[in-house]
Design a protein around this ligand. Structure first.
Ligand SMILES: Cc1cc2nc3c(=O)[nH]c(=O)nc-3n(C[C@H](O)[C@H](O)[C@H](O)COP(=O)(O)O)c2cc1C
Length: 191
């Protein structure tokens, strides 16, 4: 599959089959993530792979965090349905920025700029990961809803640095149509 085909064919997948992802396929996908460009070649990404029985624990921790967030009056949006998808997907990969601080802590301007380039680099790595998965016939979902259980998941994963996202992976059990996009004419202008 060439790059443009993979970009066009990729969809967020929210229904997965119970088929495990072979270890070598997972490692190929992670290698593609590490081949992303990064600011000063800092490679500011760390991946934690959750599979097997650990998935149930992961979702329990996420739901605990969501319950606490709800008790604080925060809206949970799509988090409950995302937790169900994470429960079903055979693999979920958490992505951390080892140079980043907890988002609730004060950041200096220098730290903010470092964070901006590091998070862009990690975004490139995640997109590489999704496209590599696509090329290998594996469906994916990029997940921000883990933020509803930020502290709980970081504690469970043993990480104090900045959590950026999670990505669930597995064989797709649905074939969604392409979601709408604004045309280039509306989002780009030429001078
Ligand atoms: C940073 C980011 C966070 C996202 N978080 C979630 C999420 O928590 N749950 C979910 O179901 N989808 C999530 N998505 C998927 C988006 O909803 C999806 O990419 C968008 O609707 C476009 O659909 P497509 O990916 O099929 O083109 C996220 C996507 C991105 C880039």
């Amino acid at each position: 599959m060439d790059t443009l085909e993979a970009i066009a064919a990729r969809r967020s997948i929210r229904q997965f089959k119970d088929t495990p992802i072979p270890d070598d396929v997972l490692r190929t996908i992670l290698k593609a993530a590490t081949q992303a460009p990064s600011s000063k070649n800092r490679q500011p990404w760390r991946f934690i792979v959750v599979t097997g029985d650990k998935r149930r624990e992961m979702v329990r921790v996420m739901r605990d965090g969501m319950a606490r967030a709800k008790a604080r009056g925060e809206g949970l949006g799509s988090a409950e349905s995302t937790a169900r998808i994470m429960e079903q997907a055979p693999v979920t990969i958490f992505v951390f920025n080892p140079h980043g601080n907890h988002p609730y802590l004060a950041h200096s301007i220098g730290e903010m700029f470092d964070d901006l380039v590091n998070v862009q680099s990690i975004g490139a790595a995640i997109q590489n990961l999704l496209l590599a998965a696509q090329a290998l016939g594996i469906g994916s979902l990029w997940i921000g809803d883990v933020f509803h259980a930020y502290d709980e998941l970081c504690a469970w994963l043993g990480e104090q640095c900045e959590m950026i996202a999670a990505v669930s992976l597995g064989t797709a059990d649905e074939q969604p149509d392409a979601r709408p996009r604004r045309p280039v004419s509306r989002v780009a202008r030429w001078l």
